[in-house]
Design a binder for this molecule. Structure first.
Ligand SMILES: Cc1cc2nc3c(=O)[nH]c(=O)nc-3n(C[C@H](O)[C@H](O)[C@H](O)COP(=O)(O)OP(=O)(O)OC[C@H]3O[C@@H](n4cnc5c(N)ncnc54)[C@H](O)[C@@H]3O)c2cc1C
Length: 371
């Protein structure tokens, strides 16, 4: 701490937390659900839903294929995050479901400010917290802002004002002058907070509310929530619907790893070493990277590959054809950006020309039916 912070900061508090890549977490949950029999429809909007007797008539629109389809459902869970209130009002016509407060949060990525994988939480004078996170090799993330907004449809990158704010807060704590630190990347997201009447966005509850409307076939709306508690929330949601699904069974998520998370009782480093031995003809650092991305699913990615030439085309960084094919088959990847930014973070490692080439390669193989 002493090397990074200005000398007047002499006391801090330490605690441990976990980190996750949110995009991969979503994809792995979808994969886990598919493995248990769920039908996953990506890029598909629920455009309308009406009660018809004891079920819901639901209209869906596949935005990729530009095709509409209808399904019927015994119940609906409205888990549309920041859009949940709009879905309740305009899609399912159950507007009494509750109110959301929307808060925009932005992060910026700058060249690494410190060594180590720990984080710093900095208390700003406006009572907001700004944190520094170790991110990818060579980078630090500074985040996040808390700006009240009216619509969930926002620009996905940090604004100039937000960039200045984040660098300014960090600059008040750090020895290094970060006011002009180059911003390598940025992103903005919308927090959906249950409106508990608090006026200060930072003080609104980060807890969730589940609201059941069961005047006919039920609809359960999810308001707010955190990644940290998503499994608890999901089990709670099913508890709310238990009366309507008496054969649903009891909660099971506490002991269920995500796909690829079951390492057979081995520690991660032991699993990596064993996988490197198994794929001895491949670059050992590449194998370690792929294990970090896919865990025990590594065999599904590498399949019969035993030498580097078995991996197919090399797109740059640590991205090879065999992984692209796996992510298309078992990860719903359709566009290069799905792979470069949401299934992996190889977008940072590939040049513009390499990213363009991957995009064209995927488009041509999908059109030809060979991916
Ligand atoms: C900047 C920021 C930082 C955060 N930091 C943390 C953190 O450190 N720890 C933590 O635990 N949580 C954090 N969160 C909160 C966390 O990201 C959210 O709680 C979580 O993403 C909510 O997941 P969700 O599935 O409910 O909603 P979302 O991830 O928003 O998903 C809702 C989905 O519904 C879809 N949708 C909307 N309308 C329709 C429709 N009509 N038909 C079909 N689909 C529809 C949307 O396209 C979207 O994919 C943070 C959030 C932000 C914005």
């Amino acid at each position: 701490m002493a090397g990074l912070l200005q000398s007047q900061f002499t006391r801090g508090f330490e605690y441990a937390d976990a980190s996750a890549d949110d995009a991969r977490l979503v994809a792995l949950n979808a994969l886990g659900a598919a493995d248990k029999g769920a039908t996953i429809l990506t890029r598909t909007a629920c455009t309308a839903a009406h009660r018809q007797g004891d079920h819901w008539h639901v209209e869906l629109f596949d935005q990729g294929a530009h095709a509409a389809r209808n399904v019927s459902a015994r119940a609906i869970i409205n888990a549309a995050g920041p859009w949940a209130e709009l879905v309740a009002r305009d899609v399912t016509h159950t507007p009494t479901a509750g109110r959301l407060r929307l808060v925009r949060g932005s992060h910026i990525v700058v060249p690494r400010l410190y060594e180590g994988d720990h984080a710093y939480l900095l208390q700003n004078e406006d009572k907001r917290i700004v944190f520094l996170l170790s991110y990818l090799p060579g980078c630090t993330v500074i985040g996040t802002t808390d700006q009240a907004i009216d619509s969930p449809d926002i620009e996905r990158t940090a604004s100039t004002t937000e960039i200045d704010y984040l660098r300014d807060v960090a600059g008040r704590y750090l020895k290094a002058d970060v006011r002009y630190a180059p911003v390598l990347d940025s992103w903005a997201g919308v927090r959906a907070l249950y409106d508990d009447g608090e006026s200060d966005p930072s003080a609104i509850t980060r807890g969730y509310r589940l609201i059941l409307e069961a005047s006919g076939p039920p609809i359960l709306s999810v308001f707010g929530g955190k990644i940290t508690t998503y499994r608890k929330l999901a089990e709670d949601a099913l508890q709310h619907l238990a009366k309507h699904f008496p054969h649903a069974g009891s909660a099971w998520t506490a002991t269920e790893p995500l796909p690829g998370g079951n390492l057979g009782g081995r520690r991660l480093d032991a699993f990596i070493a064993a996988t490197q031995r198994k794929y001895a003809g491949l670059d050992s650092r590449l194998v370690a990277t792929l294990v970090l991305r896919h865990g025990a699913n590594i065999d599904l990615v590498l399949r019969s590959a035993r030498s580097m030439s078995d991996l197919g085309e090399h797109f740059g960084g640590t991205l090879f054809e065999t992984e692209v094919r796996y992510l298309q088959n078992r990860g719903w990847a359709v566009h290069a950006d799905d792979i470069l930014w949401r299934r992996t973070k190889e977008g940072y490692a590939l040049s513009t020309a390499e990213r363009q080439h991957l995009s064209e390669w995927m488009a041509s193989h999908i059109a030809a039916g060979t991916l």
